[in-house]
Ligand binder design. Structure first.
Ligand code: PHE
Length: 351
């Protein structure tokens, strides 16, 4: 009987080596572990054996059964793995490999600078106000004291969207965020036309100019405009606000400088520079003489106040414009403005 069991085990294991697919494996299982298999017949015949033989044969039969079952288990595991690999095109599945990292999204460097500016101006009481990118000549120029044919228009070469039939008021892409000053003042003044409320806003957004594109010029870039209107606002408020902005942005030591300039919508007007935060004002490859040009500013022209619905006899105000991308370029040492909107991941992933 014990020989017979050995024989059963040997036959079963040899037969298993020939098994190639699921169906054959199932056939093998029925033949060697099924109810009418020779092994099971040994089990059911145990009762007919003598008292001495019974435990010996029983134990041996159990061991053979275990061996056959174990062989079945590992063979079917192998076959499942093989099937999986086939479905993966021959790739091995290694469940211990660490997962592939999904790169997290990140904020564009320009967005990061803008948000920092919102925070800085927010702390000083300025709200963010957004206005349209497609403007009329009236808002982009005329209401800002650039009459039709005014030479100062040459400072801002313009993309026109629609001119036909619109006379002196063609539709255009805004060349600066300053038309937002008029939209904002008119909206605020409408709240109480006899007593317009004070204005403290920053206006961010994309602007468009017909430029020859190079490392320092793009046909689109963004600006952050600032506007404060109220009774008794002076040029020192403007200087204080911009000097404070520079200190909050670049540290308490940072100095600001104003140079007389001209814009039709401010009088007096100035350009303002910030002491280079890369070299601390000593002069370096980026700044040259230790100062960085940041933007234009000035006291809101009486004509502009009036166009916005604010009586220039009762109200004064200041305005400024700056280029967030300029600050980003300086801060991160970006040498070419064209990188910003190329959407090249090798650039974007650095921030
Ligand atoms: N709008 C001006 C420009 O784009 C900048 C500016 C804004 C100047 C506000 C003065 C006041 O060149």
């Amino acid at each position: 009987m014990l020989d017979k069991l050995k024989e059963i085990e040997k036959t079963a294991l040899t037969a298993l080596e020939a098994v190639r697919d699921e169906a054959a494996l199932e056939g093998w299982r029925v033949a060697f572990l099924g109810r009418s298999s020779p092994l099971m017949q040994v089990f059911s015949g145990l009762g007919a054996l003598s008292k001495e033989e019974r435990p010996v044969v029983g134990q041996q039969a159990n061991e053979v059964k275990k061996a056959i079952e174990a062989a079945f288990g590992s063979r079917s595991g192998e076959m499942r793995q093989a099937a999986l690999e086939r479905s993966l095109g021959g790739e091995r599945l290694d469940v211990t490999l660490p997962g592939r990292r999904v790169p997290p999204g990140r904020l564009h460097p320009d967005t990061q600078i803008l948000r920092e500016l919102y925070r800085v101006f927010g702390e000083m009481g300025f709200q963010v106000y957004r206005s349209r990118e497609v403007e009329s000549d009236e808002y982009n120029f005329q209401l800002l004291n650039f009459p039709v044919g005014h030479p100062a228009r040459d400072m801002q070469d313009t993309y026109f969207v629609e001119a036909e039939g619109r006379g002196d008021n063609p539709v255009l892409l805004r060349t600066h965020t300053s038309p937002g000053q008029i939209h904002a003042m008119r909206e605020f003044a409408a709240l109480d036309p006899h007593n317009p409320p004070p204005v403290r806003i920053v206006l961010p957004g994309m602007v468009y100019r017909y430029e020859q594109v190079d490392a320092r010029h793009e046909t689109q870039f963004d600006q952050l405009e600032g506007l404060a209107v109220g009774p008794g606002i002076t040029f020192s408020d403007l200087k204080g606000t911009l000097a404070d902005m520079a200190r909050r942005l670049f540290g308490p030591q940072t100095r600001t400088r104003f140079r007389a300039s001209f814009f039709p919508f401010t009088e007096p007007s100035a350009e303002y520079d910030i002491e280079c935060f890369l070299c601390g004002g000593k002069g370096c490859a980026v700044c040259g003489g230790g100062w960085l040009e940041i933007g234009g500013c000035g006291m809101v022209h009486p004509v502009v106040l009036k166009n916005g619905g604010y009586d220039p006899e009762r109200y004064t105000g200041f305005a400024f414009g700056l280029g967030p991308q300029r600050i980003a370029m300086l801060r991160y040492g970006i040498s070419d403005i064209r990188y910003f909107w190329e959407n090249d991941l090798r650039f974007l992933e650095q921030f």
